[in-house]
Design a binder for this molecule. Structure first.
Ligand code: 5GP
Ligand code: ZN
Length: 114
């Protein structure tokens, strides 16, 4: 999709620090990390948000969670703990309109979020 920064990262025209890749997904380090480990996991196809998931894309969130699980082990936060976040829409704090899951860890995270 034109003018989508995460589509550009997925197609390789904008660089990223890659953490994981398979046929459907890409994971890369957040440009403004909010924790020692802050990785974004995205589908390679453009989907605006959770609101745009349909029957034929419903398996993507499960695949994103499985990728997060692998990364949590690789980045050694599986036992200390981590948080998976999908911000959705204005009130949810979504700033990039391409579905993405944050993997955050490496420090104690506050709750509730602001
Ligand atoms: P959101 O606020 O939509 O849930 O999360 C978007 C995230 O994408 C933010 O944490 C922001 O720092 C990150 N981000 C925005 N643009 C870029 C970029 O060009 N490269 C990388 N690696 N991260 C980005
Ligand atoms: Zn996109």
């Amino acid at each position: 999709m034109e003018n989508c920064i995460f589509c550009k990262i997925a197609e390789g025209s904008v660089p990223c620090k890659k953490a994981y890749e398979d046929e459907r997904l890409l994971a890369f380090h957040d440009i403004q990390p909010q924790a020692p480990v802050h990785i974004l996991i995205i589908p390679k196809i453009h989907i605006d948000s959770v609101n745009r998931l349909e029957e034929d894309t419903a398996e993507l969130p499960a695949q994103m969670i499985m990728a997060a699980k692998k990364l949590a082990k690789e980045y050694r936060i599986e036992h200390t703990g981590y948080r998976l976040v999908i911000n959705t829409g204005k009130d949810g704090g979504q700033s990039v309109d391409h579905l993405h899951m944050h993997l955050l860890g490496g420090r104690s995270l506050g709750w509730p979020p602001g």
